[in-house]
Design a binder for this molecule. Sequence first.
Ligand code: GTP
Ligand code: MG
Length: 220
Amino acid sequence: MASANDTRQAPKDAADQNFDYMFKLLIIGNSSVGKTSFLFRYADDSFTSAFVSTVGIDFKVKTVYRNEKRVKLQIWDTAGQERYRTITTAYYRGAMGFLLMYDISNQESFSAVQDWATQIKTYSWDNAQVILVGNKCDLEDDRVIPTEDGKRLADELGFEFFEASAKDNINVKQVFERLVDIICEKMNESLDASPGMASNNHKNTALNETPPAQSSSCSC
Ligand code: GTP
Ligand code: MG
């Protein structure tokens, strides 16, 4: 299990202080939907078919470039198993974006999406951005959740929607890039609506670790 100061996963990248913004992201959803696999595909471009259920919570760090800005992503991979719920929900606070994941070949994981959305509402920051991800879209023969159903539920919840596959590397990078973009859009909206926020708001310190005087706008 990792703590917030733990740099075991990617010591060099995690310790790298050279970035313009830092976004904390969380991946949530039922056990075995593919959260860890999705993160490993994105961060390490690796995949294994062995299932090692996550204990508690872990994270990886990845730096991306969006519009000439270095954005450091701290991506938390939560355990889907119910018994870890108290630990994992403690990490929702301060998260700027969520990937809420289900498995297109598993009805139960889709039925649980509403409950996961409620957890986000309960424990996270109001402005947190959410993308609903239907993972394992490579398993077309085993599909039980039509794409349309995923889309409709995402619309109802006000989330964006992607189907993806950690195994076949479909839409993995795109999902993370879209999440970064919508977080940036939200930041810009907030700054436009209340410019004073940029210099003196505790939530913004999570968005931007540069000194306040330099953070009058996000140009991601
Ligand atoms: P917890 O840690 O228990 O919450 O589960 P998890 O959501 O992290 O699931 P994990 O990534 O460990 O994946 C569960 C199983 O699904 C593993 O056997 C993976 O190999 C498999 N898997 C993950 N993503 C995909 C995918 O896109 N396609 C297919 N076919 N299998 C996948
Ligand atoms: Mg896992």
